[in-house]
Write a protein that binds this ligand. Sequence first.
Ligand SMILES: NC(=O)c1ccc[n+]([C@@H]2O[C@H](COP(=O)([O-])OP(=O)(O)OC[C@H]3O[C@@H](n4cnc5c(N)ncnc54)[C@H](OP(=O)(O)O)[C@@H]3O)[C@@H](O)[C@H]2O)c1
Length: 228
Amino acid sequence: MISGANRGLGNAIARRLHDDGYNVSVGGRDIDALRRSMDGYDDDRVLCHCYDATQPETGAAWIHATIEQFGSLSGLVNNAGIIDTAELDVLTEESLDAMWAVNVKAPFRMIQLALPHLRTDGSGRVVSIASLAGVRVMGTFAPGYAMSKHAVLALSEATKQAGWDDGIRVTSVCPGFIATDMTKDFGGDQATMIDASDLAELISTTISLPNTASVAQLNVACRLEPHF
Ligand SMILES: NC(=O)c1ccc[n+]([C@@H]2O[C@H](COP(=O)([O-])OP(=O)(O)OC[C@H]3O[C@@H](n4cnc5c(N)ncnc54)[C@H](OP(=O)(O)O)[C@@H]3O)[C@@H](O)[C@H]2O)c1
């Protein structure tokens, strides 16, 4: 299951996992846009389902539909996310609440719903797309987003410990800037940023590792941050 798969990193992950032979269940707010973004996929191996991170019932329905279609669940990728780059002095509580809802509470809820199925699988995988903003605060840039992404790392660690004995392995992916819609107005040159397909390849490799090789955190820097 991959959330926010209609564009950006989520779409690249869905494409990669599909091409690697997985059945993919993709969730997005706009079901028509989601279906269009899956053009060319093998219909038998793709489920498109409505998922809005701010609407808990859509997450429960999506999991239910996934189990109905494929009979089991072996992996969950929490990808959907939003950013507000406002500096601390002007960041509003409303904006912080919005980021908390989509970036933290929704993955928490999806993990809770997925855990029973992942435990049955014996080698379940959870990947949550955090950010380098989850391990550092970049000057005055996007402090509220950084707060939410730091919380994603704690959620991943808690999930890892909860599921370890049942073979569940959990990875926080922490990229620097990725060349997607999210960064197109940041002012930087997207050619210096990470290509989403490269991250998708790393994620595919990470989830394919045996239970004896767990990658808890994957930091991936673009050309702008040589120290990571
Ligand atoms: N781009 C970067 O530099 C960067 C760096 C580090 C980490 N990340 C993280 O990587 C993940 C993917 O980001 P991206 O760069 O691909 O961003 P993006 O191009 O802006 O795409 C964001 C995705 O999240 C979905 N989404 C947003 N709010 C949602 C909601 N309420 N319910 C369901 N889906 C929702 C969007 O769906 P709609 O099309 O419906 O809006 C879209 O599919 C995010 O978690 C982001 O924080 C990004």
